[in-house]
Design a protein around this ligand. Structure first.
Ligand code: HEC
Length: 144
């Protein structure tokens, strides 16, 4: 919707439309809609961010890092020496893999009771947050 109005406004203000003077007027009428539209987009991202940071009280980022890049959870020593317990890098997981992982039992990772919509919000958040990294991976794959 906002894009439509924006295009309408630009068309008018460039004088392509028949009523050039109407352009400014339209901007003020539709500006709240444009802003509202982009806020809607941001709040999807923020919703995903919020879920990733605090889903049902146990944060994904505690074990998978701020961007899902993976992280050392604990370091300990046993008879084999120094051991690292790591949360996986989940930046390249598909939505289906995410849904399965979140809904199944693991040794370390808790089972979350998140809806598919909630997992999707987390998934989308990670996709946007890591878009540069993911683009690089794509390019690497193509030139390999
Ligand atoms: C207590 C630490 C911990 C938390 C919290 C946690 N994970 Fe994990 N996660 C792990 C570990 C460790 C693995 C590697 C598999 C295993 O041993 O459980 C993993 C694996 C995964 C995988 C990959 C499964 C595969 O296909 O290999 C995904 C996706 C994932 N986690 C997503 C999430 C999301 C999303 C959240 C938050 C809703 C989350 N995790 C919270 C520790 C955690």
């Amino acid at each position: 919707m906002p894009l439509y109005f924006l295009r309408y406004y630009i068309k008018n203000s460039l004088g392509i439309g028949d009523k050039v003077g109407m352009g400014m007027k339209h901007l003020w009428v539709f500006l709240p809609l444009i802003v509202w539209g982009s806020e809607d987009f941001i709040s999807d991202y923020e919703y995903g961010e919020m879920l990733f940071a605090n889903p049902r009280g146990v944060s994904c980022s505690q074990c998978h890092g701020e961007s899902g890049q993976g992280k050392t959870i604990v370091e300990y020593r046993d008879i084999h020496g120094k051991q690292l317990l790591k949360g996986a890098d989940i930046r390249q997981k598909t939505l289906a893999e995410m849904i399965t992982a979140v809904n199944s039992y693991h040794k370390i990772m808790p089972r979350y009771y998140l809806t598919d919509e909630e997992v999707k919000a987390i998934y989308n958040y990670l996709k946007i947050k890591n878009q540069n990294y993911l683009l690089e991976c794509d390019e690497d794959n193509r030139t390999r």
